[in-house]
Design a protein around this ligand. Structure first.
Ligand code: KG4
Ligand code: ZN
Length: 373
């Protein structure tokens, strides 16, 4: 089934053409679904929102409305006869005006083409990005540099039988921080999420305190590479619940405030690049310790066979490395999507919409900024 997917929940206008086959929800068919990415287009609005220090919803909407027809036309131009069976569009969670831009475009496309339209859940998208195909470039590059561009551009079917259940998934984005227990592709439970700021939001806010640009995550990571993660002992919020407690909630607002107080009490820091790097590295480490600590505790408690990491913050290399190391110490298998599928994209929406359709889950065709998992 070919799916044309549209994602406009925040500041990326994304469209993808994805082929999906098989039904993993049938008994004894866990190996039975595959995904092939035919097109993955992401138009970032970062440069437009950067002067404002964050995403401006109505500006995002305006840009999506401008970008969507252009992206669709480029797809039509590069596929002699563009054919798809289903249109999927993100209906939430996200910024309401931005979501509406995608929904309205998808509705008119459905009318024009006569194809069915389904709603996609952005968080299911991040969750199911763990099943997206992995690029073969890295392993191929190790063997030979020949034909690299050909390898990179040839779409291939994913093999989706590697992730074993139960699985524990950490989804960390700009708006969410969630630990999810998955028993199957149709049964999962949100064990806990953030009480206040999401991990990505904390990265963005701390970046601003350090005088860095939006989005803050990649900037903090870049600076942290030259800093000492042990320089400042920032709190690890809610890492250790009271004895016997099984708390999988997060709270990053206090950590951000600790950074604020530290900078207020040490005003010379911001003018010394090496000290700023130390603060960035120490903050990043506090976030990572908290995320990894809770995820590992969940993996142990629920006997997870697989540990999954996804969402925009999963682009953080140190988080990926430490999570992998700790998962393997526990003897479980670690999975993380390719970098291109961590931050917002429409391929993950196609995958989520495909599974939702097989599950018989239907989302109303209207923007829902608080849609839950
Ligand atoms: O998933 P995403 O693209 O959008 C949402 O659904 O929110 O996540 C964006 C978030 C931003 O807060 C951004 O700062 C953070 O992901 N992020 C990172 C990194 N790259 C993006 N955080 C830490 N390290 C990174 N390398
Ligand atoms: Zn996202």
């Amino acid at each position: 089934m070919k799916i044309l997917a549209i994602e406009t929940s925040c500041d990326e206008t994304a469209m993808a053409l994805v082929d999906c086959k098989g039904n993993p929800l049938l008994k004894n068919r866990s190996a039975g679904w595959r995904i092939k990415v035919l097109e993955n287009i992401v138009s970032s609005q970062i440069a437009i929102h950067r002067p404002f220090g964050g995403v401006v919803p109505n500006l995002a909407k305006r840009e999506h409305i401008k970008n969507l027809p252009k992206i669709y036309q480029s797809l039509v131009a590069s596929h002699k006869s563009l054919k798809f069976d289903l249109i999927a569009v993100t209906v939430g969670p996200g910024l309401e005006p931005a979501l509406w831009a995608g929904i309205e475009f998808a509705k008119s496309l459905a009318k024009e083409t006569g194809k069915p339209l389904v709603g996609g859940n952005h968080m299911e998208g991040h969750l199911f990005s763990n099943w997206l195909p992995h690029s073969v470039i890295a392993s191929a590059a190790k063997q030979s540099n020949k034909n690299l561009s050909k390898i990179a551009t040839t779409p291939s079917w994913s093999r989706n039988d590697k992730i074993k259940f139960p699985a524990i998934a950490l989804v960390v984005s700009g708006g969410h921080t969630m630990v999810i227990k998955m028993d199957s592709l149709k049964k999962w439970k949100n064990l806990g999420e953030t009480r206040d700021d999401a991990a990505g939001e904390a990265f963005d806010k701390v970046a601003r305190l350090l005088g860095l640009q939006y989005p803050g995550g990649p900037e903090v990571e870049r600076l942290a590479k030259n800093g000492n993660p042990k320089a400042v002992n920032f709190p690890r919020p809610m890492l250790n619940p009271p004895a016997g407690g099984k708390n999988y909630e997060f709270s990053f607002s206090g950590l951000k405030t600790s950074v604020l107080y530290y900078l207020r009490d040490h005003p010379f820091v911001v003018s010394r690049q090496s000290l700023v790097a130390d603060v960035a590295a120490s903050f990043q480490q506090a976030v990572i310790d908290t995320l990894v600590g809770k995820t590992m505790r969940a993996a142990e408690e629920f006997g997870a066979q697989s540990v999954l990491l996804s969402g925009g913050v999963a682009a953080n290399k140190r988080l990926r490395e430490i999570m992998k190391l700790e998962t393997e110490k526990l003897g479980r298998e670690f999975f993380v999507p390719d970098f291109q599928y961590n931050t917002d994209n429409a391929v993950m929406i196609a995958a989520a919409a495909y599974i939702a359709k097989l599950r018989g889950k239907k989302y109303p065709m209207r923007a829902n900024s608080n849609l839950s998992l």
